[in-house]
Design a protein around this ligand. Structure first.
Ligand SMILES: [Zn+2]
Length: 239
C-alpha cells in the first residue's frame, strides 16, 4: 500500500512523496556517487536513490508508507531515522502489524541505513539539508521498545542463578539417601532432620532401604526422601 499523496499525513513531511524520477536513476547511482545529480532535498552530492519505509498498525487495518528519493547521506539519514523511530511507536498495534513491523525496521536498518552509511559526507548543498538528529537507538521509541527486551535478557540469567543457588541449598539440607544417619531436632511426628555422622553420639536414626516402615520406624517427609524413587519415602530406624 502506498501513501495517498494528497494528504499531508501524520508524518508532516514538507511535501507528499516526491514524484519518481526514473530517468534520473539510469546511471551512476548504483555506486553511490552522483554524476551531476544532487540530493533532491538540499542539492548536495553525492546522492543516491534511497527507499525508506514506515509502518502503522491500526488494530485491524495497517499501512506501510514508502518514501523513495535521491538523497545525500545527511538527508537520507534524517528520513531513515524519523520513519524508523515512528514505526517503533506506531508499528505494533495490530495482529499482522506486530509481525510486519520487525521486517520494516530491519529492512530500513539493513537497506537504507547501510547504504547511507557507505556514502561519503555530502558537499555543495544549495538548500538547507534535513537535520539527522539523534540515532534511532538514542531516541525514546527505541528505548521504550528495547527496555523490556533488555530487562528480560537481564532477568533470565539472574533467575537462573537464583534457581541454581536455591536448588543447591535445598539439595544440601534435605534429600537423604540409604545408610545416612540423621537426628531429629524436633519431637516426632514433627520432623526437623539433620544429617549427622553415623559414628557421632548425636546420630539417632539410620535411613533404611525398606518398602515399609517397622513399628518403631518413622516415615520421612517427602522433602527428605527425594532420592527414594517409587516409594512413599524413606523409613528411618532408631540406632
Ligand atoms: Zn541532502
Amino acid at each position: 500500500m502506498t501513501y495517498p499523496p494528497q494528504q499531508p499525513g501524520p508524518y508532516g513531511y514538507q511535501q507528499p512523496y516526491p514524484p519518481q524520477q526514473p530517468q534520473a536513476y539510469g546511471q551512476g547511482y548504483g555506486q553511490g556517487h552522483g554524476h551531476g545529480y544532487g540530493c533532491e532535498v538540499c542539492g548536495a552530492q553525492p546522492a543516491a536513490p534511497v527507499t525508506v519505509r514506515a509502518h502503522q498498525g491500526m488494530v485491524v487495518i495497517m499501512r506501510t508508507l514508502t518514501r523513495r528519493g535521491v538523497y545525500c547521506r545527511t538527508c537520507g539519514l534524517a528520513i531513515y531515522r524519523k520513519m524508523t523511530s515512528e514505526t517503533l511507536v506506531t508499528g505494533w498495534w495490530g495482529l499482522f502489524s506486530f509481525f510486519v513491523t520487525p521486517f520494516i525496521v530491519l529492512g530500513n536498518v539493513f537497506g537504507a541505513r547501510a547504504a547511507l552509511n557507505r556514502m561519503p559526507e555530502p558537499y555543495g548543498a544549495q538548500r538547507p539539508p534535513l537535520d539527522p538528529g539523534r540515532r534511532v537507538l538514542r531516541r525514546a521509541p527505541a528505548m521504550l521498545v528495547l527496555t523490556p527486551f533488555a530487562l528480560v535478557a537481564a532477568a533470565i540469567p539472574t533467575l537462573f542463578l537464583i534457581g541454581l543457588f536455591a536448588g543447591d541449598g535445598k539439595g544440601e539440607k534435605a534429600a537423604f539417601s540409604v545408610g545416612d544417619c540423621v537426628r531429629n531436632e524436633a519431637e516426632w511426628p514433627e520432623q526437623q532432620l539433620e544429617k549427622v555422622d553415623c559414628g557421632s553420639p548425636l546420630a539417632e536414626y539410620r535411613v533404611l532401604d525398606e518398602p515399609t516402615c517397622g513399628p518403631t520406624d518413622h516415615l520421612l517427609r517427602a522433602e527428605y526422601s527425594m532420592d527414594a524413587p517409587g516409594k512413599p519415602g524413606y523409613c528411618v530406624t532408631p540406632l
